[in-house]
Design a protein around this ligand. Structure first.
Ligand code: ATP
Ligand code: PRP
Ligand code: MG
Length: 279
């Protein structure tokens, strides 16, 4: 059985569970269960703190896991990223009191609070800056006001937590993070099945199916707007001068594409959701 680590709490847990459910795996009914076997899919899920997942997967105790890229890099684990899962996006940034710091170099000798000392220490060392890291468990934005640090390095999503503490981002981006699939092995076929299924869920979330009819003489112009993934499907219609076209379109482009197709001369433009996909 493939042993899969899944976040049990925190920002990534809900979407990870939803994606696995949409990918056809059985989730946990009891929210306190620590592991759940899914024999039909030959998988067992282990619900762990996202911060610990890279350690379990890197040691080989578990085969594959879902965690954050920032947490993977912070852990120093042997596990590597095998796919980005396109959710849980965040940026990892330095921040300090408004106007206090303007560059990475300004951190030389300064106290920097973070709950990702491995990630931040590695980044500072890689850039030749020696700061004094103050390792905290969370709520690091309070560290400056409370006097235990001069600057912080933390996950930024909307930036509202930083702003509320009177802090401003400065210096280079430390990391662009998102949820990722990680493993230390590439010899288990089950991993590739899991990866394909999750990628299928991403495609189903990110694309819609567009169908329309168009006169043959306008086909090239229309398919330039809907090139599809491989190539659009073209089917004959009863009227020999018209064809039907079907193609996948990024969900965010849907209305823009429909407007363009209509302008070109396509009609009966229909959009439908994709429930599952293997690309
Ligand atoms: N707005 C956000 N706040 C925190 N983490 C986020 C956010 N958006 C994405 N993430 C990602 O979630 C992961 C953090 O997981 P973690 O379990 O620490 O979540 P959490 O929301 O901080 O929960 P907790 O603080 O209870 O541990 C990181 O990979 C981080 O980049
Ligand atoms: O940019 P924002 O949208 O404000 O989000 C970023 C904040 O969210 C996270 O905190 P979390 O709620 O996970 O608490 P923690 O710091 O205790 O982990 C993160 O550590 C930041 O503090
Ligand atoms: Mg947190």
């Amino acid at each position: 059985m493939l042993k899969v680590a899944v976040p049990n709490k925190g920002s990534l847990s809900e979407t990870a569970a939803e994606m696995l459910f949409e990918a056809g795996y059985s989730g946990r009914r009891d929210p306190r269960a620590l592991n759940v076997a899914d024999p039909r899919n030959d998988v067992e899920f282990f619900y762990l703190r996202p911060r610990d997942i890279a350690t379990y997967v890197g040691s080989g105790a578990l085969d594959v896991g879902i965690t954050g890229r920032d947490l993977l890099l912070d852990s120093g684990s042997e596990a590597r990223e095998i796919a980005s899962l396109d959710f849980g996006e965040s940026t990892f940034r330095f921040a300090g009191p408004a106007g206090a710091f303007d560059s990475l170099e300004a951190l030389e000798g300064v106290r920097v609070a973070t709950s990702y000392p491995g990630l931040v220490g590695g980044f500072l060392a890689g850039n030749g800056v020696t700061a004094r890291l103050v390792a905290l468990d969370g709520a690091v934005e309070s560290a400056v006001k409370l006097g235990v640090a001069d600057a912080v390095a933390d996950v930024v999503s909307t930036g509202s937590t930083l702003r509320a503490q009177g802090l401003e981002i400065f210096g280079p981006v430390i990391l662009e993070s998102s949820a990722v699939l990680i493993s230390a092995r590439d010899d288990l076929p089950g991993i590739h099945t899991l990866q394909r299924r999750l990628q299928g869920v991403l495609v189903a979330r990110q694309y819609v199916l567009v169908d329309y009819d168009v006169p043959i003489r306008l086909l090239d112009a229309a398919t330039a707007v809907t090139p599809g993934i491989e190539s659009p499907t073209i089917s004959p219609l009863h009227d020999p001068e018209w064809v039907a076209v079907r193609a996948m379109v990024p969900r965010t482009e849907t209305n823009h594409v429909m407007d363009q197709l209509y302008e070109i001369g396509a009609r009966a433009i229909l959009v439908s959701a994709i429930h599952a996909a293997r690309i």
